[in-house]
Write a protein that binds this ligand. Structure first.
Ligand code: ATP
Length: 620
């Protein structure tokens, strides 16, 4: 995958659910080699693995010791004239084995599951740490939803592999091998018969199991459809009721419910048949063995205890083989999940610091220059978002960028933050080309106020400190005051500790903007990139935001994508862009009078009455 060539899109996740049916796309994905990444994580915990391994061995051997105990008890305990002390001894032994088995099972379960949880935690951390270094362009081409599914569902599959599958595989392999060996010791003839019978029992069960999993999956998908229909209807209940569509929506829902029922019916029918077949095969083979055994007992070639031990061991062996047939499928699913995570890890950041980054002058002056920059987004190589673009902004200057949609205004910000590198030309901060500096240094010189004040699901304090994690409460209140955010912050139920909730749903648009401004104030960077919100605010809120912006822009180099008349009028210079080029430059007065693109845009975009009044006043 070559992210630089703009083809960073990951293959679509085929199936990241832990419950089966993973269809991986490439043969390479089918190989279990992808699980190497998981083993490597696992081997970081050798002590825990040793405990798990020991417990595993103990449970497997003590499980096999149970039929041995049975044999002794039946042959000696139930025999006529048996010695009571011998009986006690064998029962005590059996209880001892059961105790060891129980304790070892608990230890095995805990250590193996611990490893599963730990490995998944480590993988999640590793992937997240890596993803945070990738450029925003990666997330344009790969949906965050898809990546989130890898972080949750795929890692859950890996947890199953480590926490269950591997343990099941090892334990059952030991029990199958040990069990068959013991069976041969007990009754070689019967065992030969059993060796033939096991595949006859196991194969149909495995085949049924696979079919059942597919149908179970379809069943789950239908249930998910019900969920989707429900959330859609209730999410838009006002529209549904306003258009009197309740009846139609119920019909649609009933369709989804009936389809779920039909799939469910197929699943339970299959399960019913499967149960009958399995019961017949299992109990049928036990009956046949017992029958052969009974003949052996009658002929005096075998003891009752041996038969008892044989049946119990055969059950254990059959169960072990049954479990082993499922292991491969689980491992393949795990390998698919691991390779999807490995893909994320192998993604190289397109933007990184040079080996020997140049230091930016300190303290920063705030000069920002674009020199003959031509830039095409990797995903749209045919279109130049900036075309031979040059613009130099002096320290402390405020430049307003105006232009129609798609002119390339936001692209300037993307390049100034070095989220992308241009194909030609250079961008400099304080005379240093961005490609020669450390990206984190560059970004430290910039405060960004996006159009929509982004709020994180955290306290108001942390949302503000996003600008500067070192800021104390005094600095926070100082910034809040300057951003006209103090009053509403003080009125929050727990002040700065108030949780702002996902998407900051508890704040109005204007309040969010002022919070974003306060955050940028705390950042206290020499360069300000301000994307003015287009959302209309009421007059009072608008005034508060404008006033806050003035505080923010003071003594800073400001590049503002302007949507407000007040902003362009205060700017030192207005740059009018179209098609990735500068088409006009000047002040509001000069550009309004020039009658070009700016004058046209201004009359549409800004408050037209105000522009008209302004034009009248300057003309007369
Ligand atoms: N991430 C992207 N990938 C591909 N093309 C993009 C991307 N972002 C913007 N473009 C394209 O680049 C051109 C410039 O876009 P840009 O966002 O800079 O315009 P803008 O002037 O900010 O527009 P608006 O005012 O609508 O936000 C447009 O043609 C746009 O379609």
């Amino acid at each position: 995958m070559d992210a630089n060539a703009g083809s960073a899109a990951l293959p679509v996740n085929q199936n990241a659910t832990p419950d089966g049916g993973t269809e991986t796309r490439t043969p390479q994905r089918r190989s279990l080699g992808a699980l190497r990444m998981v083993w490597r994580e696992l081997f970081k915990y050798p002590g825990r693995m040793a405990v798990a391994g020991l417990a595993l061995l103990t449970t497997a051997t003590s499980t096999l010791a149970i039929p041995y105990g049975f044999r002794q008890i039946v042959d000696q305990g139930f025999a006529e004239g048996a010695d009571p002390s011998a009986i006690r001894w064998w029962f005590v032994m059996l209880l001892g084995v059961v105790t060891v088995l129980s304790v070892a099972t608990a230890i095995r379960f805990y250590s193996v599951s611990w490893l599963g949880e730990r490995v998944v935690a480590d993988v999640r951390l590793r992937v997240q740490r890596h993803l945070l270094t990738l450029s925003p362009s990666f997330f344009e081409e790969n949906s965050p939803k898809e990546i989130a599914s890898r972080m949750t569902a795929d890692t859950a599959v890996i947890e199953t592999v480590v926490g269950t599958t591997v343990s099941v595989a090892l334990r059952n392999a030991i029990m199958a091998i040990g069990g068959v060996a013991y069976l041969f010791v007990l009754a070689p003839h019967l065992t030969l018969g059993l060796v033939v019978a096991i595949p006859v029992v196991i194969l149909p069960i495995a085949a049924f199991g696979r079919r059942l999993r597919v149908v179970a999956r379809q069943s789950q998908d239908r249930v998910a459809d019900i969920g989707a229909t429900t959330s859609e209807v209730f999410g838009a209940l006002r529209v549904v009721q306003a258009f009197n569509q309740e009846g139609r929506e119920l019909e649609r829902f009933s369709g989804a419910v009936e389809r779920t029922f039909e799939t469910g019916k197929r699943r339970i029918a299959l399960r019913a048949v499967m149960t009958a077949v399995i019961m017949f095969l299992i109990f049928g083979s036990i009956t046949v063995i017992m029958w052969r055994g009974a003949i052996g007992v009658a002929e005096g070639t075998i003891t009752g205890g041996t038969i008892a031990a044989f049946v119990v061991t055969a059950g254990i062996v059959a169960g072990a083989f049954g479990s082993l047939t499922e292991v491969y499928g689980d491992l393949v699913r795990g390998a698919g999940a691991a390779s999807r995570l490995a893909e994320l890890l192998s993604e190289h950041p397109t933007i990184s610091a040079p080996a020997r980054p140049l230091a930016l002058p300190s303290p920063g002056r705030g000069k920002l220059a674009f020199e003959r920059v031509t830039f095409r987004y990797p995903s749209r190589p045919e279109l130049a978002a900036l075309h031979d673009f040059s613009l130099s902004i002096e320290p402390g200057e405020t430049v307003a960028i105006v232009g129609p949609s798609g002119a390339g205004k936001s692209t300037l910000f993307q390049l100034a933050e070095r989220f992308y590198d241009p194909q030609s030309g250079v961008i400099k901060i304080d005379g240093v080309p961005l490609t020669s500096a450390d990206p984190s240094e560059i970004r430290r010189r910039i405060a960004l106020v996006p159009q929509e004040g982004v709020l994180f699901a955290a306290s108001a304090r942390d949302n503000l400190r996003y600008g500067n994690w070192q800021a104390d409460d005094e600095a926070i209140w100082h910034a809040a005051r300057a951003a006209n955010a103090e009053r509403f912050l003080r009125e929050l139920p727990q002040g700065l500790d108030t949780f702002l909730g996902e998407d900051g749903a508890r704040l109005s648009g204007g309040q969010r903007q002022r919070l974003a401004i306060a955050r940028a104030l705390l950042r206290d960077a020499p360069i300000l990139l301000l994307d003015e919100a287009t959302s209309a605010l009421d007059a009072e809120s608008e005034r508060l935001v404008q006033d806050a912006l003035e505080h923010l822009m003071a003594n800073r180099t400001t590049l503002v994508i302007a949507h407000r008349l007040a902003t362009v009028r205060k700017a030192d210079r207005i740059v009018v862009m179209d098609g990735g080029r500068i088409v006009e430059q000047g002040t509001h007065e000069s550009l309004s009078q020039a009658g070009g693109l700016y004058a046209r845009l201004a009359s549409l975009q800004f408050d037209s009455d105000a522009v008209a009044a302004f034009s009248r006043s300057t003309n007369g």
